[in-house]
Design a protein around this ligand. Sequence first.
Ligand SMILES: Cc1cc2nc3c(=O)[nH]c(=O)nc-3n(C[C@H](O)[C@H](O)[C@H](O)COP(=O)(O)O)c2cc1C
Length: 219
Amino acid sequence: MNMDALTAVKERHSVRSYKDMDLEEDKRKLIEEEISVINSVSGLNIQLIDGTDGVMSGVSKLFGGWDSLPRNYIAMVGKDDGGLAVNCGYYGERLVLFAQSIGLNTCWVGMFKRSKVEAEVKPGEKICITIFIGYGNDQGKPHKSKSVSDVSEAINPPEWFVSGVECALLAPTAMDQQRFIFSLKDGEVYVRTKKASFADVDMGIAKYHFEIASGHKVI
Ligand SMILES: Cc1cc2nc3c(=O)[nH]c(=O)nc-3n(C[C@H](O)[C@H](O)[C@H](O)COP(=O)(O)O)c2cc1C
């Protein structure tokens, strides 16, 4: 069990109000190093980008609650194959929790102006989603959540399975939809999702949360 990540899970909430300041050099370096490790294990082409004006312009009109923008965002880019969205969720949440653990705040942002993203996108690649990152004016607040039985199927589940599902329920999901379902069959954990916008990204995020709390891989 990774204690740093679990503390970060409990402390993380989406933040939509940011200080107008650049990432400090040491924190920027740590984030860039983590991105580089993740890119090499995942094959993704994740990038830390400066500036948000263009990218953010569509967001603030669509969603209430935004107060001020951070100066940076992370572009989740990768090969446009069937697994991109789940992978971006899984590895993006690893970055989100890492950012939280070094004192930064984040918000996943799915509704943005794709044409304005300054990321390098190689042939065959696609921008899947972004994560805004910076120094929050506040720490956000806990979201309303479904219950363990709403999002899982298991008869007399072991404690580790319940811990995994509880941790998945603390994960961010688009519009707080929590449409994933974890199941346990012959000792193996499976996850699936009901169809919805960004449901595959959500499922990847939830899968990462399940694994760090339970110590069990999800298929
Ligand atoms: C895939 C995904 C897309 C999201 N897109 C947006 C967005 O476009 N704008 C926004 O303000 N929040 C967005 N969010 C943040 C969710 O609204 C937020 O995670 C959810 O309400 C749960 O709250 P919490 O993150 O504080 O736990 C997104 C979250 C996810 C996981």
